[in-house]
Design a protein around this ligand. Structure first.
Ligand SMILES: [Zn+2]
Length: 106
């Protein structure tokens, strides 16, 4: 995993960190050398009550993927991550990033 300098990795919770290898694997499977870059953890402006502020969400850059932010590669990565991360995680394709959060369902 690569991180923007502004990202404070110490504030990202274990439930997210535990999935770094799965996220890395999905990117390397579909985009070869393009490892994932985290653009925001607890930083930045997100919707009120966002799990970002609690360290349970990260955003990952997509413009550098083959086909761009909405291409077939990013869609395959999102699909793969939804399956691999499972029920308690949400993986959302946003305009220019993939949002991943730990949101346990009861
Ligand atoms: Zn986000």
């Amino acid at each position: 995993m690569n991180f923007e300098n502004r990202v404070d990795q110490t504030k990202i919770k274990k439930e997210i960190k535990d999935k770094y290898s799965e996220i890395e694997h999905a990117f390397r499977t579909y985009a070869t050398s393009w490892g994932p870059t985290v653009t925001y953890g607890t930083e930045g402006i997100h919707s009120p009550g966002s799990l970002h502020y609690k360290g349970f969400a990260i955003d990952i850059r997509t413009y550098n993927l083959p086909g761009g932010c909405q291409g077939s590669v990013v869609k395959k990565i999102v699909q793969e991550l939804k399956i691999k991360l499972g029920y308690n995680y949400d993986v959302i394709l946003e305009t220019d990033h993939i949002h991943i959060e730990y949101d346990p369902k009861k």
